[in-house]
Design a protein around this ligand. Structure first.
Ligand code: ZN
Length: 261
């Protein structure tokens, strides 16, 4: 630990903070959690992963998937807790340790405490929603927590790197989409209306009974107004609001607002 109260002599080399040695068993489990975070990325979710161990044995895994499952509670930790509790046939998990690649939020922290998880190990800190010391420390509240020990910072850098790469990729994709949209609008004044679903220039499936009145083709090109309302956004065109909490403060392109009312 660096002693911040001591004043260094001018010109003297500044000692780097000494990181606490990491238990190899913790590192092994956190690498498994990082694999789970990669799974989240593969399905387009914010890459956070979790693993629950008992006596060195993997009990359950989970990765972040609130978007794909339409479930605001489907954080990696909750997914893993549900699997572990089902497997062990008990909502209390007092002999289990939970490893997660990002500091838990309040929902997950309380779920772990309700499950009487013995120990929680996390990797990267989350200054926006972390409640293991960043925003506040629920684990230090004796009224709430009598059972769960806490360790932070295990493999923090690879975990942070994964999140940074994910959001850099998302921002770049969003920038390219805006760029393509701008050039389309410049070359075709109706493009903005088409993207909003007001006018369609693409081949659309003709619904009955109109199809029956046509002599042959079931699809046709049309520029007429559609009556079916705005097109649903493509799954990867917007960054849902829930992900914005992980965006760095200095992000140059703020995420668009949630398209849902
Ligand atoms: Zn959470």
């Amino acid at each position: 630990m660096t002693d911040f109260h001591s004043i260094p002599t001018p010109g003297a080399p500044v000692a780097a903070p000494v990181a606490a040695p990491v238990d190899p068993a913790d590192e092994y489990a956190m690498r498994l959690a990082l694999d789970q975070a990669q799974n989240a990325w593969l399905v387009g979710e914010v890459p956070v992963g979790a693993v629950i161990m008992r006596a060195g044995q993997i009990i359950a895994t989970g990765y972040n998937r609130p978007i794909t499952t339409h479930d605001p509670t489907a954080h990696a930790e909750i997914v893993a807790l549900r699997h572990a509790a089902q497997l062990l046939g008990n909502y209390r998990l007092p002999e289990c340790e939970l490893f997660v690649t990002l500091e838990p939020c309040a929902m997950c922290a309380m779920a772990m405490m309700h499950a009487r998880i013995k120990r929680v190990v996390f990797a990267a800190h989350d200054p926006k929603t972390g409640v293991a010391g960043s925003v506040l420390d629920l684990f230090a509240q004796k009224q709430l927590n009598h059972h769960t020990a806490l360790v932070g910072g295990v493999l923090a850098e690879p975990s942070s790197q994964l999140l940074r790469q994910f959001f850099a990729e998302r921002r770049e994709a969003a920038r390219q989409r805006r760029e393509a949209q701008r050039s389309a609008e410049q070359s075709d004044p109706l493009a903005a209306f088409r993207s909003a679903g007001v006018v369609s220039g693409v081949a659309i499936e003709v619904a009955s009974p109109v199809a029956n009145e046509l002599p042959s083709a079931a699809t046709f090109e049309t520029d007429r107004l559609l009556t079916t309302g705005p097109a649903a956004p493509a799954p990867d065109t917007d960054i849902p609001v829930g992900e914005a909490e992980y965006l760095p403060v200095d992000t140059p392109d703020p995420p668009p607002t949630d398209p849902q009312p």
